[in-house]
Design a binder for this molecule. Structure first.
Ligand SMILES: [Zn+2]
Length: 266
């Protein structure tokens, strides 16, 4: 398989045209004509992931987060990002990013998150595209049976990969929970949308004190704040499955290296 063959599959599932205008998705490094036998999926393009790719002899790393989101005038090995570019090019490892285009895809990042925390039925976007009701940010769905906020939080913690920060809950733990909204990654901007959706709880990441406090005070849904990395990690397996289902003959591996920014909780 060539890198072009693999990219074709990824871009059918995650059309780059659907990425936000501020985003930087697609091929970051690599020759479209190069052979690809092993593909490593990871959330972050960081040194630990490059190390893993080297050890496993990956030909391509597919990450969720972009390496360069803003313009740069240098890829010298004098910065962590420049060093990463050097490591990858020296070892013939390509780098490809599917970010906000993977968030809004169907299935996308939040579908995988919803399944990981126990939602079993149909999922619909929390904030659908005006021109496509089946694609958009976040997902809303139901648990197979009503439970309490406390039990759902425990279920979510079990379903997501462990991180030092774990998950945090805001709301009455005995509150009934059945309708759930989720959004992988930073979900601050979707708080009002989640409240309007009439769900019992909104699970996302990177929630800040003031918006969360005001949200709970106003009697909206309960909140669950998980580690950013953990909410996006379930998507990696989904993306790898899409590659396999397409018939491209590559080996895939999902990186279990925890690259969340927080390395220890006390
Ligand atoms: Zn993210």
């Amino acid at each position: 398989m060539t890198l072009t063959d693999v990219i074709e599959v990824l871009e059918t599932a995650y059309p780059p045209a659907r990425a936000e205008s501020w985003d930087a998705v697609g091929l970051v490094g690599g020759d479209p004509a190069q052979q690809v036998r092993r593909v490593l999926f990871a959330v972050d393009p960081v040194a630990a992931v490059a190390e893993e790719a080297l050890e496993w002899r990956a030909d391509l790393i597919v990450t969720h987060h972009p390496l360069y989101l803003r313009g740069t005038t240098s890829v010298a090995a004098t910065t962590p990002k420049g060093r990463l570019i050097h490591t990858l090019i020296k070892n013939d490892i390509a780098l490809y990013t599917a970010h906000t285009n993977a968030d809004v895809a169907n299935p996308g990042v939040s579908d995988a998150l919803a399944r990981a925390v126990g939602l079993t039925g149909d999922l619909v976007p929390l904030q659908p595209f005006p021109d496509d009701p089946w694609r958009g940010l976040g997902r809303v769905g139901e648990l197979p049976e009503a439970t309490t906020l406390g039990e759902f939080a425990a279920l979510a913690a079990k379903g997501l990969p462990r991180t030092p920060g774990g998950i945090r809950v805001a709301g009455d733990l005995s509150r009934p929970v059945k309708h759930v909204a989720v959004s992988g990654g930073a979900g601050d901007s979707l708080l009002a949308t989640a409240a309007a959706a009439g769900v019992d709880v909104f699970l996302t990441a990177d929630l800040r004190h003031h918006p969360s406090s005001e949200f709970i005070e106003s009697g909206g849904p309960a909140l669950i704040d998980a580690a950013h990395w953990a909410t996006e990690w379930p998507w990696l397996d989904s993306a790898a499955s899409i590659l396999h289902a397409s018939g491209v003959t590559v080996e895939t591996r999902v990186s279990a290296t925890v690259t969340d920014a927080w390395t220890r909780g006390y």
